[in-house]
Write a protein that binds this ligand. Sequence first.
Ligand code: ATP
Ligand code: MG
Length: 138
Amino acid sequence: MLTLAIIKPDAIQAGNAGKILAFLEGQGFKLRAARLVRLTQTQAETFYAVHRERPFFRSLVTFMTSGRGLVLALERDDAVSYLREIIGATDPAEATPGTVRKLYAQSKERNAIHAADSPENAAREVAFFFPEGELAGL
Ligand code: ATP
Ligand code: MG
């Protein structure tokens, strides 16, 4: 089963992308596709549309468009729920020790990684970022 992750601009900027990818591979995820992408404002607004009424929305869009993110299609048994478990809570202050966000997040906003939160969203996000993936058997 596939899931979708984005190593966010803060982690790329801090030079942590390789360490995060190595951690994910060490947890049994196989890398199936990857792209470095600077989201447009419209893409970031669409991606996080569920949060558009929240007070942090403008700041989140500014952050997510501030630099490139590394978008990953990752395969593993139980990929969606297992990835959510090992990235840790949204706020690093609340994240379990050893999770990606506990290790690498700078704040609740600049929190190093996104992971799809349901199989439906994972499929939608993989198709969005890797539209050629059908050809590659994704
Ligand atoms: P993601 O959707 O990026 O995988 P998540 O599912 O853990 O993260 P969401 O509640 O969906 O968390 O929030 C989306 C993103 O918005 C968070 O990852 C974080 O970057 C930002 N965010 C969420 N809550 C806050 C907040 N209270 N203040 C600032 N930024 C926030
Ligand atoms: Mg979310």
